[in-house]
Design a protein around this ligand. Structure first.
Ligand SMILES: Cc1cc2nc3c(=O)[nH]c(=O)nc-3n(C[C@H](O)[C@H](O)[C@H](O)COP(=O)(O)O)c2cc1C
Length: 191
C-alpha cells in the first residue's frame, strides 16, 4: 500500500502544523510520497500529466491542507479541477481510481467542539468537507474518515504539534482496509 499525499499550503514557510506534518511524513519515502503543490509549482502551473502519473502509481490518495474559509486553499481546488479530467478520472471506460481510496487531512483553527450543531460554526467538519467526499465517490474511490487537527492557534504548543505530526504519520502508515466501490463513478450513473 503506497500513499500519495497531495499537500497545499500557500505560505508553507509560515506554517507550523502542515510544515511539521510534511517533515514527519517525508521520513517514510517507501510508504508515502509527498506532492507539495505550492512548493512544486511556485508559478502556479500544475503539470497535469505528472500529477496523473503520481496518482496512477499509488493506492491511496490523501488531500492535505489547512482549512481556509471552510474550504481548501486555491491550489488544492486547482489540482482537482485540472487533474481530475473526464476520460481519465471519470467517464465511460475509466477506472483509474478503482481499488484506490481517497482521504483528507485538514488542520483547523476552530476547536472541535465549536464545529457542532448549536455551537458557533453549526456544522461538523465532516459535513463541511462533503464536497471532497462526493468528489472521491464521483471518481470511484471510497472516502476515508477525515484526519483533522482542530484548534490550532498561536497558543498551540510545539509539543502538541509534535504529537499531531506523529499521529498523522501513524494514520498514513496504518491504512485501514477498505472495500473498493463496486464500480467507478457510482454517482456518475445518476448524472
Ligand atoms: C485565510 C485563512 C482562513 C482561515 N479560515 C479558517 C476556517 O474557515 N476554519 C478554521 O477552522 N480555521 C481557519 N483558519 C485557520 C487555519 O486553518 C489554521 O491557521 C491552519 O490550519 C494552521 O495550520 P498551519 O500551521 O499549517 O498554517 C484560517 C486561516 C487563514 C490564514
Amino acid at each position: 500500500m503506497k500513499t500519495l499525499v497531495i499537500a497545499a499550503h500557500p505560505t508553507l514557510e509560515e506554517s507550523r502544523v502542515n510544515r511539521r506534518w510534511l517533515e514527519e511524513i517525508r521520513k517514510y519515502p517507501e510508504q508515502i510520497t509527498v506532492s507539495s503543490l505550492y512548493e512544486k509549482y511556485p508559478d502556479g502551473v500544475i503539470d497535469v500529466a505528472a500529477e496523473q502519473a503520481l496518482v496512477e502509481a499509488h493506492d491511496r490518495i490523501v488531500w492535505q491542507f489547512p482549512f481556509y474559509w471552510f474550504n481548501c486553499p486555491p491550489m488544492m481546488k486547482q489540482w482537482l479541477d485540472e487533474v481530475l479530467l473526464q476520460g481519465w478520472a471519470y467517464g465511460p471506460g475509466t477506472d483509474v481510481f478503482h481499488g484506490k481510496s481517497i482521504g483528507v487531512a485538514v488542520t483547523a483553527g476552530v476547536r472541535e467542539e465549536d464545529y457542532a450543531p448549536g455551537r458557533e460554526f453549526r456544522y461538523e467538519i465532516g459535513t463541511l468537507l462533503r464536497p471532497f467526499e462526493l468528489t472521491a465517490e464521483y471518481v470511484g474511490a471510497p472516502y476515508e474518515e477525515p484526519f483533522v487537527q482542530y484548534g490550532i492557534n498561536s497558543r498551540t504548543s510545539d509539543e502538541e504539534i509534535e504529537a499531531s505530526a506523529k499521529r498523522y504519520a501513524e494514520h498514513l502508515l496504518n491504512a485501514k482496509p477498505f472495500e473498493p466501490l463496486s464500480h467507478a463513478g457510482a454517482l456518475q450513473e445518476r448524472a
